[in-house]
Design a protein around this ligand. Sequence first.
Ligand code: BES
Ligand code: MN
Ligand code: ZN
Length: 497
Amino acid sequence: MKVTVSSGNNINGTLVLPLFEGTTSAPNSAEGIHTALKSQINRVLDDGDFKAKANTTMSLYGTDGGKAILVGLGKEDKANNNTYREAGATIVASHKKSHGDEMTVMFTTDDIDAMTAFAEGMMLRDYSFDRYQQSKDDEEKTTLAARINCGESAASELSLAIDHATAVVSGVHLSRDLGNTPPNDMYPMAFAEMAEAWAEDYDHVNVEIINYEEAIRKGMGGLVAVGMGSARKPCMVIFTLNGQHSGRHPVLVGKGITFDTGGISLKPGANMDEMKYDMGGSATVFGTMEALAASGHKGKVVGITCMAENMPSSNAQRPGDVITTLSGKTIEVLNTDAEGRLVLSDGLWKAGTDYDAEYIIDFATLTGACVVALGHEATGLWSNDEDFRTRIHETSKDAGELAWPMPLLPAFEKEMTDSKIADTRNLGAGRWGGANTAAAFLKQFVPQRGEGDDAEDIPWAHMDIAGTYWGAKTNKTVGHGATGVHVRTLVKFINGE
Ligand code: BES
Ligand code: MN
Ligand code: ZN
């Protein structure tokens, strides 16, 4: 979708009117509307036929020409940017062929952030994954175009803000494309090749691939153990943006299980196809790198994606194996289906030792237990630094991608480090608190900065997106499939917004 800004009052195509509850007539600025359409709008508003409740719409077709879609913003005193973003998404979701490809939006506000959020919502929702459908491929594809009418003084600022949002949305859509790609085409080295191809479009990005043989040589025992059971071998893909800069910088880490059968601890068959989304953490990292690169981010950012396919085979790891990770710490593998934490152990260690990490954030579809706790409504958020955790929580709220604080307790750490024969165990003692024990396990592989008495914690956060990366029916910005969640949160957070 192409969104442009105009400081005029002309209407191209269908008029879109975002309205608060209690509005009784069309805004005065709506001059260019056909008279019959305008009186029709005024009548449905005045009669209360359209109450402008949040995310409701009404289509009107004027008798003397012109079409309009009214969209509700709910109560004015409750509205924020998320209200506008959802309303924008709702418009695209309810857009029909009869509305045509062109829309003109007229706001009753001149708030730049609100108008940008609305445009962002429209662009986010204008997504479909149809590259595997011949019928849809043959259909003539039309591109929606939206024009935002605003006052002259706001036009240039709004235009810049919408350009930024367009770049960020390209990252969200990339993350969704990666997540939706079926697992026969999305395997570790395929992801790596996509990353390499992507890097060709930008001057200031670099992609490094650590292949299977190198991973073995370097001692990435977690990544190797999970991936060795598959004919399609594991790899680590490292994205660097603006690597020419020195000094501390954010490091993002992603779980990238391109398919999770559970391994020898095989999962039940029902809905196993959904485990193609188990690389959602790596898709979040890749999508964020795209959003940052496309929006011209100037600082250095590194993304580490841990890619493997978890398969049962004669080469697969077994429950009972003890593996040595990059950190030197050993893990007793009690369940091969708790594989995400194994690949992340190497990614986290590398993040804190090979880079001058200002902070580390990992993304992982890590546990079913997190979905039990928070449903599809919020990401689980753990951190070794309360202030850091609060800042991520606040940013996620503003982005409309809620991440909810969860506890990183010493008791959980104890549970994961009391293996009789290894330094750690990859399974809790019981099933309770499974999302928390997983987070406590990961903490064992976050290195400290400096040594001896000077050693200090690197701020680290773990985000369990098992419930929010897909299947989020209440997420208005997505039709179905991968959500691309947290690309927007991360861009805001990294930009210090
Ligand atoms: N990828 C799954 C977690 C998952 C479950 C993501 C449902 C999305 C939806 C993960 O690798 C896994 O299998 N976790 C196990 C851990 C257990 C064996 C300790 C789980 O949650 O059951
Ligand atoms: Mn698993
Ligand atoms: Zn998994």
